[in-house]
Write a protein that binds this ligand. Sequence first.
Ligand SMILES: [Zn+2]
Ligand SMILES: [Zn+2]
Length: 275
Amino acid sequence: MILKRSGLTAPAFRSLTLPDSIGRLLRSATYLFAQVFDVMLPRVCMLCGDPLPGPGALCRDCYGRFETIPGPVCTCCGAVFPSPQGSDHLCGECIARPAHYDCARSAGVYAGELRRAIQQFKFRRGSMLAGPLAEFAANLTGLGRNGRYDALVPVPLHTQRLRSRGYNQSLLLAQGLGRLWSVPVERDFLLRISWRVPQASLSRQQRRRAVAGAFACRDRRHAGARLLLVDDVFTSGATVNECARTLKRCGAAAVDVLTVARTLKDHPECQLLSA
Ligand SMILES: [Zn+2]
Ligand SMILES: [Zn+2]
């Protein structure tokens, strides 16, 4: 679905009115305030509280404890196979119901220190963690090397959710990656036009249905382009799959997905998140 500038019908764009402008202004002021404080206060690791020798948000010990994704994995969705033997190949799910994205890769397991870091980043205004998490994702997945992408597209938040959280964590990650790879970030190209409170108990198929039609592109500016969708955690993959479907319907030639972490089915610490 494409939203035409002249006839925006989605609820999110019905009125870019005063409250929106004030909200944006307040968010910018809060962000600036946080940045100033950040420079003034002594730097400590955001996970363990140990002093840091220089700029940064994490100490080397905490960063080193991030659990990386073991292999082999599915060549499409990146699911980890239970046996460590053999090479990467397509999983049964991707054979039965091919995904709309071409390839999804995650850097680490959503558990332990990485889970704590993402939760701080997402729910406790830990925007300083965007840089280290983006670096971790870039180093471990190797997806953005050799100028592979024309643009990075963060998974968008619905306006309502953006208001309550104050920032889109996927946009901060995409901006971190964009700086590392010198690739442009499309912050308002893909839009979330509907949002329902997700239910953790839904099956993968139910989650796919729940997000159907939830996204729209502003226009066809990326027809024929190779795009990388960026998000924090891959759970069922329903959200990124629907984003990829939308981007391809708007002409994208290829859409890969990069997430910092993913839940593993048999991992005791991995719980289902919102789709
Ligand atoms: Zn630490
Ligand atoms: Zn798969």
